[in-house]
Design a protein around this ligand. Structure first.
Ligand code: NAI
Length: 327
C-alpha cells in the first residue's frame, strides 16, 4: 500500500477549511488510491474549533484518512509535509491600508515560509489561498530559499472556474466544452480573464460572444464575483474556493488533459513580459508533477493593456513588502 501523503492545511477552523478538509480526507485532492494524513495549523484561539472539525472528520470514517494532527506551531505543522494549503490569512480590517494588510500577512507568511524551508519534505508543493494570495505566496517563497521556487503557487483556479461558468451560461453549452481559459495577473479585481485564447467546442471563445458582453459584462463579472457572493450570501466564497483548491492540487499532481490548460499563479520566468520572480497567474499545463507556463501565445493590444495593469499591481505589492522588510 502507498505511504500516506502529509497534507497541511492552515486556517483549518475557518470557513474554507471546513469545506476543504472533508474533500481532502475523502480522496478528492490526490485521487482514490492515495491515503492522506492531515496536519491542521491554527492560531491558539481557534485550535479548539479545529479539534471539533477533526472530531467530525473522524466521524466520517474516511478509508483514506490515516491521521489528524492539530497544532498552533508552524514548525510542527510543516515538518515532513508534502502538500501545504495555506488558507489562513489576516483579513482586511476596517480602515486598514494595503500596507497594513501586507504587513499583517507578512507576519504569517514569513514564518510559514521559514518553517517550510526548515522541515517540509523534498517534494513539497505549496498552494496559497489566503489573500492577498499572490503576494503572500511571494513572501513565503522568499523565505524558503532551499525549496525550488516553482513549488510555490497561489490560487487563481477559482477565477478560472468562474470564467468557465460564465461562458458556459452565456452560450448555453456544457462547462466541459470550454477549454484554454486563462486568468492573467493578480487574484484581485485587476485580474484579466482572457477569452481570446479560450475555445468553445474548438472555436475561439471571444469570437462566439459579442465584444460588448466580453468587455462590459464578462470581465467585470469574473473579476468582481467574490464581492457578488458576499453580497448575496452574507459571507465570502468558501465551498467554491475549497473546490478550486482541490482542483489546483489535483491538476498539479495528476496533469492537465491533452488539448487544455488551466490557470495558476506561479513564479514568473519573464514570460509574456511579467517581471521575473513575481507570482502571477498564467496559462499553465502540468506534466510530471510540474506546472509550466504555456509559451508562444500571441497577445493583442487589448489583452496586453489588461495584463500589464494587473502585473503592475503585483509589482507594487512586491515593492511595498520590500519596503516593509518582509522580503
Ligand atoms: P476565515 O476567516 O473563515 O478563516 C481563516 C482562518 O485562518 C481562521 O480560522 C483563522 O483563525 C486562521 N488563521 C489566521 N491566522 C493564522 C495563522 N497564522 N496560522 C494558521 N491559521 C490562521 O476565512 P476563509 O473564508 O476561510 O478564507 C480564508 C482566506 O482565503 C482569506 O484570506 C480569503 O480572502 C481567502 N480566499 C481566497 C480565494 C482565492 O481565490 N484565492 C477565494 C476565497 C477566499
Amino acid at each position: 500500500a502507498q505511504a500516506p501523503v502529509n497534507v497541511t492545511v492552515t486556517g483549518a477552523a475557518g470557513q474554507i477549511g471546513y469545506a476543504l478538509l472533508f474533500r481532502v480526507a475523502s480522496g478528492q485532492l490526490l485521487g482514490p488510491d492515495t491515503p492522506v494524513k492531515l496536519r491542521l495549523l491554527e492560531i491558539p484561539q481557534a485550535v479548539k474549533a479545529a479539534e471539533g472539525t477533526a472530531m467530525e472528520l473522524d466521524d466520517c470514517a474516511f478509508p483514506l484518512l490515516k491521521g489528524i494532527d492539530i497544532t498552533d506551531d508552524a514548525n510542527k505543522a510543516f515538518d515532513g509535509t508534502n502538500i501545504a494549503l495555506l488558507v489562513g490569512a489576516r483579513p482586511r480590517g476596517k480602515g486598514m491600508e494595503r500596507g497594513d494588510l501586507l504587513q499583517a500577512n507578512g507576519g504569517i507568511f514569513k514564518p510559514q515560509g521559514e518553517a517550510i524551508n526548515a522541515g517540509a519534505a523534498d517534494d513539497i508543493r505549496v498552494l496559497v489561498v489566503g489573500n492577498p494570495a499572490n503576494t503572500n505566496a511571494l513572501i513565503a517563497q522568499q523565505h524558503a530559499p532551499d525549496v525550488p521556487a516553482d513549488r510555490f503557487t497561489a490560487m487563481t483556479r477559482l477565477d478560472h472556474n468562474r470564467a468557465i461558468a460564465q461562458v458556459a451560461a452565456k452560450l448555453q453549452v456544457p462547462v466541459t466544452d470550454i477549454k484554454k481559459i486563462t486568468i492573467w495577473g493578480n487574484h484581485s479585481a485587476t485580474q484579466y480573464p482572457d477569452l481570446f485564447h479560450a475555445e468553445v467546442d474548438g472555436k475561439i471563445a471571444a469570437e462566439q460572444v459579442d465584444g460588448e458582453w466580453l468587455r462590459e459584462t464578462f470581465i467585470p463579472t469574473v473579476a468582481k464575483r467574490g464581492a457578488a457572493i458576499i453580497e448575496a450570501r452574507g459571507a465570502s466564497s468558501a465551498a467554491s474556493a475549497a473546490s478550486a483548491a482541490v482542483d489546483h492540487v489535483y491538476t498539479w499532481v495528476n496533469g492537465t488533459p491533452e488539448g487544455d490548460w488551466t490557470s495558476a499563479a506561479v513564479v514568473s520566468d519573464g514570460s509574456y513580459g511579467v517581471p521575473e520572480g513575481l507570482i502571477s497567474s498564467f496559462p499553465v499545463t502540468s506534466r510530471g508533477g510540474r506546472y509550466e507556463i504555456v509559451q508562444g501565445l500571441e497577445i493583442d493590444e487589448f489583452s496586453r493593456a489588461r495584463i500589464d495593469a494587473s502585473v503592475a499591481e503585483l509589482a507594487e505589492e512586491r515593492d511595498t513588502v520590500r519596503q516593509l522588510g518582509l522580503i
